[in-house]
Write a protein that binds this ligand. Structure first.
Ligand code: ADP
Length: 886
């Protein structure tokens, strides 16, 4: 029976829920049951007081205002899972509540009390939170598990299936605690199947749960409870304990590890001290304040792999150690080897040094020996030299003025006394003209300022003035510390020959000087120009006369161009080659040229010289003289003119004479007076020669005047040569003629002049080759040119003469030619004739072997020669016959 409000209140105390009643708007606590007081962490002393006064923290957290709202509004307020901070032992602690503020209304609907019921749900929430975290961490765990599976490669397919189941279970776990337990159980089983142990540490409550596997790993009897310190910490191998505990500590620090835990350690069984290698993986779960709440993970026996790994490592280590040992042994060996090598090297060096020093010793010995040998040799030689050079040796005792001389000295002085003689006596043997000089030299040598040197040439005449010998005396005086002469000795040598040679050289030099003077005088008198020319550097030095000839100012620079650029001339004909070319090509040169100095005024100069090697500048230098022969040239011209006039005047009477002679010869034949006939034949031959000569002279005159003209006609060479052949048959009996003619063409040329050239060649061959020798006449057409040569077996012509042979009036002068008459005009005229035909003329000759004169002229073919007869009138295409002398 409920009689009093107290009874109701008493009943209320039984309500299994925290309950409080506030009975005014200030929230006076009219009633609070034990649960409520517990929840508030207070006692019944708060009854009758206002809620806000008792619990300022409620005021701050807005609960008071909320209640006041309920009071005034009369509306009940419900909330779930609301956190509220309650001060426990002075420390604000958060709890979670489901609560209701129910407004109790009177009949007017006014609030007369509030019924406050509350239920602490912290643990539920925590559990939820844990579940959520668990979900996450289980997922992590899963991946770790997978990692473990991969890592250890021991997880079977079954495990994979179980793992999936575990994943499912974890899903279910998220539904409820039961499911969690179930899942954990499942996972435990899974781990069991995978040989994994599992541990679960309730951090807050320090409750450690190990599954059987885990216990087995730590050697803890199954069924017994385990504790962190007693079983885990104590069960760790002392060597691994510290590292493992610090890994745990690290896992508990969310910031540094994120709660992750992954270690290898050894456990030591408390019963049999068995050691097991364990791989533990785990996760620490934290609450919102980052405080660790749970620490869950797996452990696995990895003894086998660790042992094998260790064994491997051991082996590796041992191997490594062995290797290191080996390496160090090797190093030692190498070092020893190096030392040995170094020692060896040293030994070798020492050896080689020893050898060297031995060699040096031997060398020194050898050198010494050879030096000694040389010394004795030179001594011997000196003696020999002294003997053979007949050097005399003397010594002068300065204090006593006594000369000690050897036999040779005595001989050279021409004295009779041997060994030692008084100085005045020695002086007596010297030529009176030289005596004072010698005495002076001797006394000067005894004075310190001379440094003791004595060197003089003088004549000795002998005691009785019997001879004159030129001698050279050399000596040296030595002084003591007071500069007194203490020793004075020397040599004496007969230099008569040398003096005589010197006299000769002096005379020769004087002669040369005289010669040079004369030459200069000649050069000056003859106004001969001189030059020296370096073909390499083109440096040129000329004298005054050269400058005068060329009209060059005294100070003007002279170049080779100015001097040598002119074309050389042979006679009046330009040769198309400059003086410089000749000088640079030939070792000796003698050329003429025409130097135009003013309009209509020419100078004829001749340059004669040689190229000589100059030792000083190491060049082949050209030296020469330049002679102005304009005067001679004019003279020559006058002579030529005269010759021309005379020849011209002689020609008409000679023509008449030869006509008369030919008539007389014809007539005399019938007279049958052989002697008379032969005289006439001879007279005829001479007149023919004279005619030829006069024609040549006239030709020269014509050439000089440029009046030599060609009268070209068509003819066959065969006709021409057969005429010549017949003429030769009649006139020349001394030589054998051979004709080789291979020419069919008609020739257009000046027949007479070509004949003149050929006859000139043949006449020369006859004149300049021995009687009875062969003379070949060859003719052929070659590359469109008529080529004719006359080859003899005569004396030949030197190369030097070959250059000048076509010059007007040039004749080779030697013993063979001096007996042969001639004017040196035949070849000159021949050359002009061939030049006028536009051809070339030349010769090949080897001295002692013969000469071949040839010419070439362009062939103008008009028609083929009709019929050819041989040179004796026989019909033939080619003649090759001898014309024996008749
Ligand atoms: P010459 O009337 O003196 O013979 P050339 O002009 O015919 O005049 O010849 C010039 C010089 O050439 C001769 O004096 C002679 O010394 C030389 N000579 C010419 N032909 C020959 C030859 N066949 N053999 C040797 N010397 C020759």
């Amino acid at each position: 029976m409920i009689n009093t409000p107290q009874d109701i209140l008493n009943i209320l105390t039984q309500v299994p829920q925290a309950t409080a009643i506030y009975d005014n708007a200030d929230l006076r606590i009219a009633y609070a049951n034990a649960d409520m007081l517990d929840m508030w962490a207070t006692t019944d002393r708060v009854l009758g007081a206002n809620l806000g006064d008792c619990f300022p923290e409620f005021e701050m957290q807005g609960f008071v205002d909320l209640l006041k709202d309920v009071w005034h509004s009369g509306k009940t307020y419900q909330a779930a899972d609301v956190p509220a901070s309650i001060v426990l032992d002075g420390i604000p602690t958060t709890f979670y509540f489901d609560f209701e503020y129910r407004a109790l209304l009177d009949s007017q609907g006014k609030t007369y009390a509030i019924l406050h019921t509350a239920k602490e749900v912290s643990s539920r929430l925590e559990a939820w939170a844990a579940v959520r975290k668990k979900e996450m961490h289980e997922a992590a765990l899963n991946s770790e598990l997978r990692a473990s599976v991969e890592e250890q490669q021991a997880l079977t397919e079954e495990y994979m299936a179980l793992n999936e189941k575990l994943a499912d279970t974890v899903d279910e776990l998220s539904q409820s605690y039961k499911q969690l337990d179930f899942a954990l159980d499942q996972s435990r089983r899974a781990k069991d199947a995978a040989n994994l142990g599992m541990f679960d540490l309730d951090v807050k409550n320090d409750i450690l749960s190990w599954d059987d596997r885990c216990k087995a790993l730590f050697g803890v009897p199954l069924g017994s409870d385990v504790s962190y310190t007693k079983d885990f910490v104590a069960g760790l191998h002392p060597d691994d304990r510290q590292a493992t505990l610090s890994a745990v500590k690290n896992a508990f620090n969310r910031e540094s590890s994120g709660g992750r835990y992954n270690v290898h350690y050894r456990t030591v069984s408390p019963t049999d001290n068995a050691i097991i290698w364990v791989h533990a993986i785990g996760t620490v779960y934290f609450n919102e304040a980052d405080e660790p709440i749970r620490f869950i993970g797996t452990v696995m026996d990895v003894t086998e792999s660790v042992t094998s790994r260790k064994a491997l490592e051991d082996r590796e280590r041992r191997l490594q150690e062995t290797n290191e040992e080996l390496a160090s042994t090797m190093e030692e060996l190498t070092a020893t080897m190096e030392e040995l090598t170094a020692v060896n090297d040293e030994l070798a060096t020492t050896n080689s040094q020893l050898k060297k020093s031995e060699q040096v010793n031997t060398e020194v010995n050898k050198n010494l020996t050879s030096a000694f040998e040389r010394l004795s040799e030179s001594e011997r030689r000196l003696n020999l030299a002294v003997l053979s050079a007949k050097i005399g040796i003397w010594e002068f005792d300065t204090a006593n003025e006594i000369v000690s001389w050897d036999e040779r000295s005595r001989e050279l002085f021409g004295a009779s006394q041997q060994g030692k003689i008084p100085y005045p006596l020695a002086l007596q043997c010297i030529h009176p003209e030289d005596r004072t000089a010698v005495a002076d030299a001797i006394s000067y040598a005894q004075r310190p300022e001379s440094e003791g040197y004595y060197d003089i040439q003088f004549r000795t005449i002998g005691e009785h003035n019997t001879h004159t010998t030129w001698v050279q005396a050399k000596g040296r005086a030595y002084f003591d510390e007071q500069n007194r002469p203490v020793h004075f000795s020397g040599t004496i040598l007969d230099i008569s020959d040398r003096v005589q040679s010197q006299h000769k050289i002096d005379a020769f030099n004087r002669a040369i000087a005289q010669n040079a003077l004369e030459q200069r005088l000649i050069v000056d008198a003859g106004k001969i120009g001189t030059f020296s020319f370096n073909p390499e550097t083109k440096d040129i030095v000329v004298n005054k006369h050269t400058r005068d000839m060329y009209g060059l100012a005294e100070s003007a620079a002279v170049s080779a161009d100015q001097l040598f650029a002119h074309n050389i001339m042979l006679g009046d004909v330009e040769q198309g080659i400059t003086i410089q070319q000749i000088i640079e090509e030939q070792n000796s040169f003698d050329v003429e040229f025409n130097l135009p100095i003013a309009a209509e005024q020419d100078k004829w100069l001749r340059i004669v010289g040689n190229r000589i090697w100059n030792e000083e500048n190491r060049n082949l230098m050209a030296y020469g003289v330049i002679i102005d022969f304009t005067a001679q040239k004019s003279e020559e011209k006058r002579k030529l003119d005269f010759l021309g006039i005379v020849s011209h005047e002689l020609r008409s009477p000679l023509t008449s004479i030869s006509g008369y002679l030919q008539i007389l010869q014809l007539k005399s034949k019938s007279l049958e007076n052989k002697q008379f006939y032969e005289l006439l034949v001879s007279a005829n031959r001479q007149s023919a020669r004279m005619k030829l000569l006069i024609e040549s002279f006239l030709d020269i005159a014509r050439i000089g005047e440029g009046k030599l003209r060609l009268n070209k006609v068509e003819f066959t060479l065969h006709d021409l040569l057969s005429n010549i052949g017949q003429m030769l048959q009649q006139t020349v009996t001394s030589h054998v003629f051979l004709f080789h003619v291979d020419v069919q063409q008609l020739i257009l040329a000046d027949r007479d002049k070509i004949e003149q050239v050929i006859i000139n060649f043949i006449n020369n061959a006859v004149k300049y080759s021995p009687v009875g020798s062969k003379i070949e006449i060859n003719a052929q057409v070659e590359h469109g040119e008529l080529y004719i040569e006359v080859k003899d077996q005569g004396a030949g012509i030197s190369e030097e003469d070959q250059h000048k042979i076509f010059t007007r009036f040039y004749r080779v002068e030697n013993s063979q030619t001096e007996m042969v008459s001639g004017f040196g005009i035949g070849l000159y005229v021949s050359k002009e004739i061939i030049n006028l035909h536009g051809g070339t003329i030349g010769l090949r000759s080897v001295v002692g072997q013969g000469t071949t004169f040839w010419f070439k002229i362009p062939v103008v073919v008009t028609s083929e020669a009709s019929a050819a007869t041989d040179l004796l009138g026989r019909s033939t295409e080619e003649t090759n016959q001898e014309l024996p002398s008749s």
